[in-house]
Ligand binder design. Structure first.
Ligand code: ADP
Length: 569
Protein backbone atom coordinates (compact mmCIF):
# COMPACT_ATOMS: atom_id res chain seq x y z
CA UNK A 1 0.00 0.00 0.00
CA UNK A 2 2.95 2.35 0.54
CA UNK A 3 6.61 2.83 1.35
CA UNK A 4 7.30 4.98 4.41
CA UNK A 5 10.62 6.33 5.63
CA UNK A 6 10.87 7.71 9.14
CA UNK A 7 13.85 9.99 9.86
CA UNK A 8 14.53 10.62 13.55
CA UNK A 9 17.22 10.49 16.26
CA UNK A 10 14.67 9.73 18.99
CA UNK A 11 14.66 6.02 19.67
CA UNK A 12 11.27 6.01 21.39
CA UNK A 13 9.70 7.68 18.35
CA UNK A 14 11.36 5.22 15.97
CA UNK A 15 9.89 2.40 18.06
CA UNK A 16 6.45 4.01 18.14
CA UNK A 17 6.33 4.48 14.34
CA UNK A 18 7.75 1.03 13.65
CA UNK A 19 4.88 -0.27 15.78
CA UNK A 20 2.36 1.55 13.61
CA UNK A 21 3.83 0.97 10.13
CA UNK A 22 6.20 -1.98 10.60
CA UNK A 23 3.78 -4.51 9.11
CA UNK A 24 2.00 -5.06 5.78
CA UNK A 25 0.66 -3.38 3.72
CA UNK A 26 3.46 -0.93 4.53
CA UNK A 27 7.14 -1.12 3.77
CA UNK A 28 8.73 0.75 6.60
CA UNK A 29 12.27 2.18 6.64
CA UNK A 30 13.96 4.17 9.39
CA UNK A 31 17.05 6.32 9.37
CA UNK A 32 18.85 8.34 12.01
CA UNK A 33 21.53 9.95 9.84
CA UNK A 34 21.60 11.92 6.62
CA UNK A 35 23.60 9.47 4.48
CA UNK A 36 21.50 6.43 5.15
CA UNK A 37 18.34 8.53 4.61
CA UNK A 38 19.60 9.63 1.18
CA UNK A 39 20.57 6.09 0.27
CA UNK A 40 17.11 4.74 1.16
CA UNK A 41 15.47 7.50 -0.86
CA UNK A 42 17.59 6.77 -3.90
CA UNK A 43 17.06 3.00 -3.82
CA UNK A 44 13.49 2.69 -2.58
CA UNK A 45 11.86 6.01 -3.51
CA UNK A 46 9.41 6.13 -0.54
CA UNK A 47 5.86 7.41 -1.02
CA UNK A 48 6.05 9.29 2.27
CA UNK A 49 8.94 10.52 4.44
CA UNK A 50 8.16 11.47 8.02
CA UNK A 51 10.77 13.84 9.42
CA UNK A 52 11.21 14.36 13.12
CA UNK A 53 11.43 18.12 13.63
CA UNK A 54 14.14 17.44 16.28
CA UNK A 55 16.47 15.94 13.63
CA UNK A 56 19.72 17.89 13.23
CA UNK A 57 20.33 19.41 9.80
CA UNK A 58 16.70 18.79 8.80
CA UNK A 59 16.43 21.68 6.38
CA UNK A 60 19.54 20.62 4.46
CA UNK A 61 18.38 16.98 4.27
CA UNK A 62 14.94 17.95 2.98
CA UNK A 63 16.54 20.06 0.25
CA UNK A 64 18.83 17.20 -0.81
CA UNK A 65 15.94 14.70 -0.92
CA UNK A 66 13.85 17.18 -2.88
CA UNK A 67 16.52 17.20 -5.57
CA UNK A 68 16.38 13.37 -5.85
CA UNK A 69 12.61 12.79 -5.93
CA UNK A 70 9.58 14.87 -6.68
CA UNK A 71 7.00 12.15 -6.16
CA UNK A 72 7.43 11.80 -2.41
CA UNK A 73 5.17 13.47 0.19
CA UNK A 74 6.88 15.04 3.20
CA UNK A 75 5.41 14.80 6.72
CA UNK A 76 6.77 16.68 9.73
CA UNK A 77 6.48 15.38 13.26
CA UNK A 78 6.77 18.38 15.54
CA UNK A 79 5.40 20.30 18.46
CA UNK A 80 3.17 23.10 17.19
CA UNK A 81 5.28 25.71 18.90
CA UNK A 82 8.50 24.29 17.42
CA UNK A 83 7.54 24.54 13.70
CA UNK A 84 10.31 26.14 11.75
CA UNK A 85 9.11 28.40 8.94
CA UNK A 86 12.05 27.46 6.69
CA UNK A 87 11.07 23.74 6.62
CA UNK A 88 7.29 24.08 6.58
CA UNK A 89 7.31 25.18 2.93
CA UNK A 90 8.25 21.61 1.86
CA UNK A 91 5.81 19.80 4.17
CA UNK A 92 2.48 18.27 3.05
CA UNK A 93 1.09 17.30 6.50
CA UNK A 94 2.03 17.67 10.17
CA UNK A 95 1.98 15.19 13.03
CA UNK A 96 2.51 15.99 16.70
CA UNK A 97 3.95 13.98 19.59
CA UNK A 98 0.58 14.19 21.29
CA UNK A 99 -1.30 12.34 18.51
CA UNK A 100 -2.44 8.79 19.24
CA UNK A 101 -1.24 5.89 17.03
CA UNK A 102 -4.65 5.68 15.41
CA UNK A 103 -4.65 9.35 14.53
CA UNK A 104 -1.17 9.03 13.05
CA UNK A 105 -2.23 5.97 11.04
CA UNK A 106 -5.34 7.62 9.63
CA UNK A 107 -3.46 10.84 8.76
CA UNK A 108 -0.78 8.90 6.86
CA UNK A 109 -3.34 6.60 5.20
CA UNK A 110 -5.35 9.56 4.03
CA UNK A 111 -2.23 11.12 2.59
CA UNK A 112 -1.22 7.91 0.82
CA UNK A 113 -4.70 7.55 -0.68
CA UNK A 114 -4.68 11.12 -1.97
CA UNK A 115 -1.21 10.59 -3.40
CA UNK A 116 -2.26 7.40 -5.23
CA UNK A 117 -5.39 9.03 -6.59
CA UNK A 118 -3.33 11.95 -7.87
CA UNK A 119 -0.85 9.56 -9.47
CA UNK A 120 -3.67 7.65 -11.18
CA UNK A 121 -5.14 10.91 -12.39
CA UNK A 122 -1.84 12.01 -13.81
CA UNK A 123 -1.43 8.60 -15.59
CA UNK A 124 -4.90 8.98 -17.07
CA UNK A 125 -4.07 12.52 -18.12
CA UNK A 126 -0.88 11.34 -19.75
CA UNK A 127 -2.75 8.58 -21.63
CA UNK A 128 -5.35 11.11 -22.71
CA UNK A 129 -2.66 13.50 -23.88
CA UNK A 130 -1.00 10.65 -25.82
CA UNK A 131 -4.29 9.68 -27.47
CA UNK A 132 -5.01 13.30 -28.29
CA UNK A 133 -1.57 13.72 -29.81
CA UNK A 134 -2.09 10.59 -31.94
CA UNK A 135 -5.51 11.76 -33.02
CA UNK A 136 -3.95 15.04 -34.07
CA UNK A 137 -1.26 13.23 -36.03
CA UNK A 138 -3.90 11.02 -37.68
CA UNK A 139 -5.98 14.08 -38.51
CA UNK A 140 -3.11 16.08 -39.99
CA UNK A 141 -1.82 13.01 -41.87
CA UNK A 142 -5.24 12.35 -43.37
CA UNK A 143 -5.51 16.05 -44.33
CA UNK A 144 -2.18 15.72 -46.09
CA UNK A 145 -3.43 12.57 -47.84
CA UNK A 146 -6.58 14.36 -48.96
CA UNK A 147 -4.61 17.23 -50.48
CA UNK A 148 -2.36 15.18 -52.74
CA UNK A 149 -2.63 13.11 -55.90
CA UNK A 150 1.09 12.43 -56.08
CA UNK A 151 1.79 8.80 -55.13
CA UNK A 152 5.40 9.37 -54.02
CA UNK A 153 4.31 12.22 -51.77
CA UNK A 154 1.50 10.11 -50.28
CA UNK A 155 4.04 7.44 -49.28
CA UNK A 156 6.23 10.15 -47.72
CA UNK A 157 3.26 11.53 -45.77
CA UNK A 158 2.43 8.04 -44.51
CA UNK A 159 5.98 7.50 -43.20
CA UNK A 160 6.03 10.98 -41.67
CA UNK A 161 2.71 10.27 -39.89
CA UNK A 162 4.02 6.94 -38.57
CA UNK A 163 7.20 8.57 -37.33
CA UNK A 164 5.27 11.24 -35.46
CA UNK A 165 2.82 8.81 -33.87
CA UNK A 166 5.00 5.74 -33.22
CA UNK A 167 8.56 7.10 -33.35
CA UNK A 168 9.91 3.99 -35.05
CA UNK A 169 13.57 3.05 -35.41
CA UNK A 170 13.27 1.83 -38.99
CA UNK A 171 10.60 1.32 -41.67
CA UNK A 172 10.88 -0.66 -44.92
CA UNK A 173 8.20 0.47 -47.36
CA UNK A 174 7.91 -1.31 -50.66
CA UNK A 175 5.94 1.07 -52.89
CA UNK A 176 4.60 0.39 -56.37
CA UNK A 177 3.96 3.96 -57.40
CA UNK A 178 5.02 3.29 -60.98
CA UNK A 179 4.15 -0.13 -62.30
CA UNK A 180 7.46 -0.78 -63.94
CA UNK A 181 9.69 0.07 -61.01
CA UNK A 182 8.97 -0.68 -57.35
CA UNK A 183 10.92 1.37 -54.82
CA UNK A 184 12.06 0.28 -51.37
CA UNK A 185 11.98 3.29 -49.03
CA UNK A 186 14.16 2.81 -45.94
CA UNK A 187 13.55 5.41 -43.25
CA UNK A 188 15.97 4.77 -40.44
CA UNK A 189 17.36 6.37 -37.31
CA UNK A 190 20.85 5.07 -38.08
CA UNK A 191 22.97 4.17 -41.09
CA UNK A 192 22.38 0.71 -42.60
CA UNK A 193 25.34 -1.48 -43.54
CA UNK A 194 25.43 -3.22 -46.94
CA UNK A 195 24.88 -6.65 -45.36
CA UNK A 196 21.90 -5.39 -43.39
CA UNK A 197 20.54 -3.74 -46.54
CA UNK A 198 20.70 -7.05 -48.43
CA UNK A 199 18.95 -8.79 -45.55
CA UNK A 200 16.23 -6.10 -45.42
CA UNK A 201 15.68 -6.32 -49.19
CA UNK A 202 15.29 -10.07 -49.02
CA UNK A 203 12.99 -9.89 -46.02
CA UNK A 204 10.78 -7.28 -47.70
CA UNK A 205 10.49 -9.27 -50.92
CA UNK A 206 9.60 -12.41 -48.96
CA UNK A 207 7.04 -10.43 -46.96
CA UNK A 208 5.59 -9.15 -50.24
CA UNK A 209 5.37 -12.63 -51.75
CA UNK A 210 3.84 -14.05 -48.57
CA UNK A 211 0.89 -11.70 -49.03
CA UNK A 212 -0.23 -13.62 -52.10
CA UNK A 213 0.35 -17.16 -50.79
CA UNK A 214 0.00 -19.48 -53.79
CA UNK A 215 -1.27 -16.79 -56.18
CA UNK A 216 1.11 -14.85 -58.42
CA UNK A 217 2.02 -11.42 -56.97
CA UNK A 218 0.71 -8.53 -59.10
CA UNK A 219 4.20 -7.22 -59.91
CA UNK A 220 7.57 -8.91 -60.41
CA UNK A 221 10.53 -7.77 -58.37
CA UNK A 222 14.14 -8.27 -59.24
CA UNK A 223 15.98 -8.08 -55.94
CA UNK A 224 19.27 -7.16 -57.64
CA UNK A 225 17.84 -4.17 -59.47
CA UNK A 226 15.31 -3.12 -56.81
CA UNK A 227 15.59 0.65 -56.38
CA UNK A 228 16.32 1.70 -52.79
CA UNK A 229 15.81 5.18 -51.34
CA UNK A 230 17.40 5.64 -47.91
CA UNK A 231 16.56 8.43 -45.44
CA UNK A 232 18.82 8.30 -42.37
CA UNK A 233 18.27 10.56 -39.36
CA UNK A 234 21.62 10.08 -37.57
CA UNK A 235 24.12 8.78 -40.11
CA UNK A 236 26.98 8.82 -37.57
CA UNK A 237 25.55 5.68 -35.91
CA UNK A 238 24.94 2.34 -37.60
CA UNK A 239 22.32 -0.39 -37.24
CA UNK A 240 23.47 -4.00 -36.96
CA UNK A 241 21.60 -7.27 -37.36
CA UNK A 242 20.32 -6.86 -33.78
CA UNK A 243 17.64 -4.77 -35.50
CA UNK A 244 15.90 -8.05 -36.25
CA UNK A 245 15.46 -8.61 -32.49
CA UNK A 246 13.43 -5.42 -32.28
CA UNK A 247 9.66 -5.52 -32.08
CA UNK A 248 8.05 -5.25 -35.54
CA UNK A 249 4.72 -4.82 -37.34
CA UNK A 250 3.84 -5.50 -40.99
CA UNK A 251 0.91 -4.40 -43.16
CA UNK A 252 -0.06 -4.43 -46.84
CA UNK A 253 -1.05 -1.13 -48.45
CA UNK A 254 -4.03 -2.05 -50.57
CA UNK A 255 -7.66 -1.31 -51.29
CA UNK A 256 -9.86 -4.06 -52.74
CA UNK A 257 -8.05 -5.38 -55.77
CA UNK A 258 -5.69 -2.43 -55.90
CA UNK A 259 -2.28 -3.19 -54.43
CA UNK A 260 0.13 -0.33 -53.77
CA UNK A 261 2.81 -1.95 -51.61
CA UNK A 262 3.59 -3.09 -48.08
CA UNK A 263 5.31 -1.72 -45.01
CA UNK A 264 7.27 -3.19 -42.10
CA UNK A 265 8.20 -1.13 -39.09
CA UNK A 266 10.80 -1.83 -36.35
CA UNK A 267 11.16 -0.41 -32.83
CA UNK A 268 13.50 -1.32 -29.98
CA UNK A 269 10.78 -1.08 -27.31
CA UNK A 270 7.66 -3.21 -27.72
CA UNK A 271 4.72 -1.79 -29.69
CA UNK A 272 1.51 -1.40 -27.70
CA UNK A 273 -1.94 -2.35 -28.98
CA UNK A 274 -2.59 1.38 -29.52
CA UNK A 275 0.54 1.48 -31.70
CA UNK A 276 -0.82 -1.43 -33.75
CA UNK A 277 -4.17 0.32 -34.25
CA UNK A 278 -2.47 3.54 -35.26
CA UNK A 279 -0.18 1.68 -37.70
CA UNK A 280 -3.06 -0.19 -39.34
CA UNK A 281 -5.14 2.99 -39.54
CA UNK A 282 -2.44 5.00 -41.31
CA UNK A 283 -1.56 2.12 -43.69
CA UNK A 284 -5.26 1.79 -44.56
CA UNK A 285 -5.86 5.53 -44.77
CA UNK A 286 -3.19 6.04 -47.43
CA UNK A 287 -4.75 3.40 -49.71
CA UNK A 288 -7.78 5.47 -50.73
CA UNK A 289 -5.80 8.54 -51.89
CA UNK A 290 -3.35 6.18 -53.62
CA UNK A 291 -6.30 4.77 -55.53
CA UNK A 292 -7.51 8.29 -56.40
CA UNK A 293 -3.97 9.13 -57.51
CA UNK A 294 -3.95 6.05 -59.76
CA UNK A 295 -7.28 7.06 -61.30
CA UNK A 296 -6.02 10.62 -61.71
CA UNK A 297 -2.91 9.36 -63.52
CA UNK A 298 -5.06 7.24 -65.80
CA UNK A 299 -7.40 10.15 -66.55
CA UNK A 300 -4.43 12.41 -67.22
CA UNK A 301 -2.94 9.88 -69.63
CA UNK A 302 -6.29 9.46 -71.39
CA UNK A 303 -6.68 13.23 -71.62
CA UNK A 304 -3.24 13.59 -73.14
CA UNK A 305 -4.14 10.92 -75.68
CA UNK A 306 -7.43 12.67 -76.42
CA UNK A 307 -5.72 16.03 -76.79
CA UNK A 308 -3.26 14.47 -79.20
CA UNK A 309 -6.09 12.87 -81.17
CA UNK A 310 -7.96 16.19 -81.21
CA UNK A 311 -4.84 17.94 -82.53
CA UNK A 312 -4.33 15.26 -85.15
CA UNK A 313 -7.98 15.53 -86.15
CA UNK A 314 -7.74 19.32 -86.50
CA UNK A 315 -4.56 19.01 -88.53
CA UNK A 316 -6.15 16.31 -90.68
CA UNK A 317 -9.26 18.44 -91.30
CA UNK A 318 -7.16 21.44 -92.12
CA UNK A 319 -4.91 19.54 -94.56
CA UNK A 320 -7.78 17.71 -96.25
CA UNK A 321 -9.83 20.89 -96.57
CA UNK A 322 -6.92 22.73 -98.16
CA UNK A 323 -6.32 19.85 -100.53
CA UNK A 324 -10.02 19.80 -101.48
CA UNK A 325 -10.22 23.52 -102.03
CA UNK A 326 -7.80 23.61 -104.99
CA UNK A 327 -9.57 21.00 -107.18
CA UNK A 328 -12.93 22.48 -106.16
CA UNK A 329 -11.86 25.90 -107.40
CA UNK A 330 -10.77 24.28 -110.68
CA UNK A 331 -14.16 22.53 -111.01
CA UNK A 332 -16.00 25.77 -110.19
CA UNK A 333 -14.02 27.71 -112.83
CA UNK A 334 -14.64 25.04 -115.45
CA UNK A 335 -18.37 25.01 -114.69
CA UNK A 336 -18.48 28.82 -114.90
CA UNK A 337 -16.73 28.69 -118.31
CA UNK A 338 -19.13 26.02 -119.58
CA UNK A 339 -22.26 27.75 -118.35
CA UNK A 340 -21.00 31.11 -119.69
CA UNK A 341 -21.13 29.56 -123.18
CA UNK A 342 -17.45 30.08 -123.89
CA UNK A 343 -17.16 26.49 -125.14
CA UNK A 344 -20.22 26.62 -127.30
CA UNK A 345 -23.93 26.52 -126.73
CA UNK A 346 -25.41 24.20 -124.15
CA UNK A 347 -28.96 22.96 -124.45
CA UNK A 348 -31.60 23.45 -121.75
CA UNK A 349 -31.13 20.03 -120.15
CA UNK A 350 -27.36 20.58 -120.11
CA UNK A 351 -27.84 23.99 -118.44
CA UNK A 352 -30.00 22.36 -115.77
CA UNK A 353 -27.32 19.83 -114.94
CA UNK A 354 -24.65 22.50 -115.01
CA UNK A 355 -26.46 24.72 -112.52
CA UNK A 356 -27.09 21.71 -110.30
CA UNK A 357 -23.34 21.01 -110.37
CA UNK A 358 -22.62 24.70 -109.62
CA UNK A 359 -24.99 24.68 -106.61
CA UNK A 360 -23.35 21.57 -105.22
CA UNK A 361 -19.85 22.95 -105.72
CA UNK A 362 -20.96 26.04 -103.84
CA UNK A 363 -22.36 23.90 -101.01
CA UNK A 364 -19.20 21.84 -100.85
CA UNK A 365 -17.09 25.01 -100.76
CA UNK A 366 -19.25 26.26 -97.88
CA UNK A 367 -18.72 23.05 -95.92
CA UNK A 368 -14.97 23.10 -96.52
CA UNK A 369 -14.75 26.74 -95.47
CA UNK A 370 -16.67 25.90 -92.26
CA UNK A 371 -14.30 23.03 -91.52
CA UNK A 372 -11.30 25.25 -92.08
CA UNK A 373 -12.75 28.00 -89.88
CA UNK A 374 -13.48 25.60 -87.06
CA UNK A 375 -10.03 24.04 -87.13
CA UNK A 376 -8.49 27.53 -87.14
CA UNK A 377 -10.62 28.64 -84.18
CA UNK A 378 -9.85 25.48 -82.23
CA UNK A 379 -6.14 25.82 -82.89
CA UNK A 380 -6.34 29.48 -81.72
CA UNK A 381 -5.20 30.64 -85.16
CA UNK A 382 -8.24 32.63 -86.23
CA UNK A 383 -7.39 36.25 -87.10
CA UNK A 384 -9.68 38.95 -85.75
CA UNK A 385 -9.71 42.59 -86.76
CA UNK A 386 -11.55 44.49 -84.06
CA UNK A 387 -12.77 48.05 -84.62
CA UNK A 388 -15.43 50.33 -83.23
CA UNK A 389 -18.40 49.75 -85.49
CA UNK A 390 -22.13 50.12 -86.00
CA UNK A 391 -24.25 46.91 -85.92
CA UNK A 392 -26.57 48.32 -88.64
CA UNK A 393 -23.84 48.03 -91.26
CA UNK A 394 -23.62 44.27 -90.56
CA UNK A 395 -27.39 43.82 -90.68
CA UNK A 396 -27.70 45.81 -93.92
CA UNK A 397 -24.91 43.84 -95.58
CA UNK A 398 -26.37 40.42 -94.66
CA UNK A 399 -29.91 41.46 -95.60
CA UNK A 400 -28.72 42.61 -99.01
CA UNK A 401 -26.57 39.57 -99.71
CA UNK A 402 -29.27 37.05 -98.75
CA UNK A 403 -32.27 38.86 -100.20
CA UNK A 404 -32.02 36.98 -103.51
CA UNK A 405 -31.92 33.63 -101.73
CA UNK A 406 -34.94 34.59 -99.62
CA UNK A 407 -36.84 35.85 -102.65
CA UNK A 408 -36.11 32.66 -104.57
CA UNK A 409 -37.79 30.75 -101.75
CA UNK A 410 -40.71 33.15 -101.64
CA UNK A 411 -39.78 34.55 -98.23
CA UNK A 412 -40.04 38.06 -96.94
CA UNK A 413 -36.72 39.17 -95.35
CA UNK A 414 -37.05 42.41 -93.36
CA UNK A 415 -35.15 44.28 -90.67
CA UNK A 416 -36.52 46.48 -87.89
CA UNK A 417 -33.81 48.88 -86.83
CA UNK A 418 -33.56 50.72 -83.53
CA UNK A 419 -32.07 54.16 -84.14
CA UNK A 420 -29.04 55.56 -82.25
CA UNK A 421 -27.63 52.28 -81.00
CA UNK A 422 -24.17 52.69 -79.43
CA UNK A 423 -21.14 51.30 -81.21
CA UNK A 424 -19.69 47.89 -80.54
CA UNK A 425 -16.05 46.84 -80.59
CA UNK A 426 -16.01 43.90 -82.98
CA UNK A 427 -14.71 42.23 -86.12
CA UNK A 428 -17.34 43.15 -88.72
CA UNK A 429 -16.46 40.28 -91.06
CA UNK A 430 -16.91 37.70 -88.31
CA UNK A 431 -20.23 39.22 -87.25
CA UNK A 432 -21.38 39.10 -90.88
CA UNK A 433 -20.41 35.43 -90.91
CA UNK A 434 -22.50 34.80 -87.75
CA UNK A 435 -25.53 36.70 -89.00
CA UNK A 436 -25.29 35.16 -92.48
CA UNK A 437 -25.43 31.72 -90.88
CA UNK A 438 -28.44 32.60 -88.75
CA UNK A 439 -30.37 34.18 -91.60
CA UNK A 440 -29.53 31.41 -94.09
CA UNK A 441 -30.65 28.81 -91.51
CA UNK A 442 -33.87 30.77 -91.09
CA UNK A 443 -34.33 30.75 -94.88
CA UNK A 444 -33.55 27.01 -95.02
CA UNK A 445 -36.02 26.09 -92.30
CA UNK A 446 -38.93 28.43 -93.12
CA UNK A 447 -41.65 27.48 -95.63
CA UNK A 448 -42.64 29.70 -98.55
CA UNK A 449 -44.68 32.84 -97.97
CA UNK A 450 -43.45 33.48 -94.41
CA UNK A 451 -41.40 36.33 -93.00
CA UNK A 452 -37.93 36.48 -91.51
CA UNK A 453 -37.17 39.52 -89.36
CA UNK A 454 -33.81 40.84 -88.16
CA UNK A 455 -34.00 43.06 -85.08
CA UNK A 456 -31.43 44.78 -82.90
CA UNK A 457 -31.70 46.55 -79.55
CA UNK A 458 -29.68 47.70 -76.54
CA UNK A 459 -30.03 45.68 -73.33
CA UNK A 460 -28.42 45.23 -69.94
CA UNK A 461 -27.12 41.69 -69.23
CA UNK A 462 -29.49 41.48 -66.26
CA UNK A 463 -32.51 41.99 -68.57
CA UNK A 464 -31.71 39.12 -70.93
CA UNK A 465 -34.30 36.42 -70.83
CA UNK A 466 -33.40 32.97 -72.18
CA UNK A 467 -34.68 29.38 -71.93
CA UNK A 468 -33.23 27.62 -68.86
CA UNK A 469 -30.66 25.63 -70.83
CA UNK A 470 -28.82 28.87 -71.80
CA UNK A 471 -28.81 30.45 -68.32
CA UNK A 472 -25.18 29.36 -67.68
CA UNK A 473 -24.09 30.93 -70.96
CA UNK A 474 -25.78 34.24 -70.09
CA UNK A 475 -24.48 34.30 -66.50
CA UNK A 476 -21.04 35.24 -67.81
CA UNK A 477 -22.36 38.50 -69.31
CA UNK A 478 -22.17 41.77 -67.45
CA UNK A 479 -22.98 45.35 -68.53
CA UNK A 480 -24.55 46.69 -71.72
CA UNK A 481 -24.97 44.70 -74.93
CA UNK A 482 -26.30 45.10 -78.42
CA UNK A 483 -28.61 42.15 -78.98
CA UNK A 484 -29.42 41.00 -82.53
CA UNK A 485 -32.36 38.67 -83.10
CA UNK A 486 -33.25 36.66 -86.22
CA UNK A 487 -36.86 35.58 -86.05
CA UNK A 488 -38.41 33.12 -88.47
CA UNK A 489 -41.78 31.39 -88.85
CA UNK A 490 -40.28 28.04 -89.72
CA UNK A 491 -40.26 24.48 -88.44
CA UNK A 492 -38.85 25.40 -85.03
CA UNK A 493 -36.73 23.32 -82.68
CA UNK A 494 -37.99 21.19 -79.78
CA UNK A 495 -36.94 22.48 -76.34
CA UNK A 496 -34.85 19.37 -75.66
CA UNK A 497 -32.78 20.03 -78.82
CA UNK A 498 -32.12 23.75 -78.30
CA UNK A 499 -28.70 23.34 -76.69
CA UNK A 500 -27.68 20.50 -79.01
CA UNK A 501 -28.13 22.73 -82.07
CA UNK A 502 -24.87 24.42 -81.01
CA UNK A 503 -22.90 21.14 -80.89
CA UNK A 504 -20.43 20.38 -83.65
CA UNK A 505 -21.93 18.44 -86.57
CA UNK A 506 -25.38 18.57 -84.95
CA UNK A 507 -28.38 18.08 -87.17
CA UNK A 508 -31.62 18.11 -85.30
CA UNK A 509 -33.68 15.11 -86.27
CA UNK A 510 -36.51 16.24 -88.53
CA UNK A 511 -37.41 15.53 -92.11
CA UNK A 512 -36.60 19.02 -93.37
CA UNK A 513 -33.14 19.35 -91.84
CA UNK A 514 -32.23 16.00 -93.37
CA UNK A 515 -33.50 17.16 -96.74
CA UNK A 516 -31.74 20.54 -96.75
CA UNK A 517 -28.47 19.09 -95.38
CA UNK A 518 -25.58 21.22 -94.11
CA UNK A 519 -22.31 20.75 -92.25
CA UNK A 520 -23.78 21.20 -88.77
CA UNK A 521 -20.90 23.61 -88.10
CA UNK A 522 -22.57 26.99 -88.60
CA UNK A 523 -23.87 27.41 -85.04
CA UNK A 524 -20.78 26.03 -83.23
CA UNK A 525 -18.62 28.38 -85.29
CA UNK A 526 -20.95 31.28 -84.46
CA UNK A 527 -20.72 30.37 -80.76
CA UNK A 528 -16.91 30.38 -80.79
CA UNK A 529 -16.75 33.63 -82.76
CA UNK A 530 -19.05 35.28 -80.23
CA UNK A 531 -17.01 33.97 -77.33
CA UNK A 532 -13.99 35.68 -78.91
CA UNK A 533 -16.07 38.89 -78.73
CA UNK A 534 -16.96 38.30 -75.05
CA UNK A 535 -20.51 37.86 -76.25
CA UNK A 536 -23.01 35.01 -76.31
CA UNK A 537 -25.52 33.25 -78.54
CA UNK A 538 -28.76 31.47 -77.68
CA UNK A 539 -32.15 30.67 -79.13
CA UNK A 540 -35.77 30.26 -78.28
CA UNK A 541 -38.13 28.23 -80.39
CA UNK A 542 -41.47 26.52 -80.73
CA UNK A 543 -42.00 23.55 -83.00
CA UNK A 544 -43.98 24.46 -86.15
CA UNK A 545 -44.26 28.11 -85.03
CA UNK A 546 -40.72 29.40 -85.58
CA UNK A 547 -37.40 30.23 -83.94
CA UNK A 548 -35.66 33.28 -82.58
CA UNK A 549 -31.85 33.16 -82.62
CA UNK A 550 -30.15 35.88 -80.56
CA UNK A 551 -26.60 37.03 -80.16
CA UNK A 552 -25.18 39.70 -77.83
CA UNK A 553 -22.04 41.82 -78.32
CA UNK A 554 -20.76 44.14 -75.57
CA UNK A 555 -21.12 47.85 -76.19
CA UNK A 556 -17.75 49.39 -77.01
CA UNK A 557 -15.76 50.92 -74.16
CA UNK A 558 -12.84 51.72 -76.46
CA UNK A 559 -12.39 55.32 -77.63
CA UNK A 560 -12.01 55.73 -81.35
CA UNK A 561 -8.33 56.28 -82.14
CA UNK A 562 -6.98 54.17 -79.29
CA UNK A 563 -8.19 50.94 -80.83
CA UNK A 564 -5.06 50.42 -82.93
CA UNK A 565 -3.03 50.02 -79.78
CA UNK A 566 -5.03 47.09 -78.53
CA UNK A 567 -3.71 43.59 -78.81
CA UNK A 568 -6.35 41.66 -80.64
CA UNK A 569 -7.53 38.11 -80.08
P1 ADP B 1 -26.10 23.64 -90.64
O1 ADP B 1 -24.96 24.30 -91.31
O2 ADP B 1 -26.19 22.18 -90.89
O3 ADP B 1 -27.37 24.35 -90.75
P2 ADP B 1 -25.99 24.74 -88.02
O4 ADP B 1 -24.94 24.51 -86.98
O5 ADP B 1 -26.11 26.10 -88.54
O6 ADP B 1 -25.68 23.68 -89.12
O7 ADP B 1 -27.36 24.25 -87.43
C1 ADP B 1 -27.43 23.02 -86.76
C2 ADP B 1 -28.84 22.45 -86.78
O8 ADP B 1 -29.71 23.28 -85.99
C3 ADP B 1 -29.50 22.45 -88.14
O9 ADP B 1 -29.14 21.31 -88.88
C4 ADP B 1 -30.97 22.44 -87.79
O10 ADP B 1 -31.38 21.12 -87.48
C5 ADP B 1 -31.03 23.30 -86.54
N1 ADP B 1 -31.40 24.71 -86.87
C6 ADP B 1 -30.57 25.76 -87.01
N2 ADP B 1 -31.26 26.90 -87.29
C7 ADP B 1 -32.57 26.55 -87.33
C8 ADP B 1 -33.79 27.27 -87.57
N3 ADP B 1 -33.80 28.60 -87.81
N4 ADP B 1 -34.94 26.57 -87.51
C9 ADP B 1 -34.95 25.26 -87.26
N5 ADP B 1 -33.85 24.52 -87.03
C10 ADP B 1 -32.66 25.15 -87.08
Amino acid sequence: MGKILFVSNRLEKIQQYAGIFGKKPYEFFTSSDENSALEIVEINVPDIIIFDAEFNGLKQLIKKIKSITNTTSFVLLAQNDKLKADTTQYINIFLTDEMSDNMILSAIMANLKTKHSLEQLSDTNKNLADSLYRLNVLYSTSSQFAGSLDKEKLVDYMIEGLDKSLSFDLTCTLAFCTEDQPVLHLNSLYEISDELLSALKLRTVLNYKSLFEDKNPPFDINIDTLKVVKTIKYPANRFTFTLFQYDNMFAPISLGDNFFGCIEIFKETPFTSDDATCFQTIAQQVSLPLKSATLYQEIKATNLKLEKLERLKSEFISIVSHELRTPLTAIKNSLDILSGGRCGDINEAGQKFLSMAQRNVQRLTGIINDLLDLSKIEAGKMDYHFTNMDIHSVIDYVKLSLSVMAKEKGLNLISEETPDLPEIYADSQRLEQVLTNLVSNAIKFTPEGKTITIRSHLADASQLNTPDCFKEEIKKLDGKYIVVCVEDQGIGIAEKDLLRAFDKFAQIENSLSRKVGGSGLGLPIAKQLLQAHNGAIWCDSEVNKGSRFYFAIPVSTVNAGSEKNLVLN
